[in-house]
Unconditional design. Structure first.
Length: 152
């Protein structure tokens, strides 16, 4: 069962790039941008992360915290954060627990080859931890994704 609009997010979200546990309760009272992306240091994922980085102060002013999630490991996330100077944390969902809970893990096709991967999806979560909006892979414009959230 994938989480949908109106559902409460799980309390344990996973571990970040430094191995620290990330809990929904840590963000109580703040709106949250929880964005799932396929892979660190790939063109689309870098464009999306940099959109959040470049608009981070505007997102914060609008009351949002930002957390990225991929199935890459902590070391990959640390390198990605350092290289792109990202001001937000990334969850290393190596056991695929979170991507499966949110229903963003599944079969993809690239150049005729089928494989399992993460569907680029963003969840906007209110101050009470309830999903208010889901932005689907087809809707996301990686280079201007933060603006899509700020100016719906």
């Amino acid at each position: 069962m994938a989480l949908n609009i109106g559902d409460k997010i799980p309390d344990i979200l996973g571990t970040d790039q430094d191995g620290k546990e990330v809990k929904a309760a840590d963000y109580a009272g703040s709106k949250l941008v929880l964005y799932f992306y396929p892979k660190d240091n790939t063109p689309g994922c870098t464009a999306e992360a940099c959109s959040f980085r470049d608009n981070f102060s505007l997102l914060r002013k609008a009351g949002y915290q930002v957390i990225g999630v991929s199935v890459d490991n902590e070391n990959s996330h640390r390198k990605f954060i350092e290289k792109q100077q990202l001001p937000f944390l990334l969850i290393a969902d190596t056991d695929k627990k979170l991507v499966e809970q949110f229903g963003v893990w599944g079969e993809k096709t690239l150049a005729g080859r089928k494989y399992m991967g993460t569907f680029r999806t963003t969840f906007l979560i209110n101050e009470a931890g309830i999903i208010e909006k889901v932005i689907s892979p087809k809707e996301i414009k990686t280079k201007e994704h933060a603006r899509q959230i700020l100016n719906p």
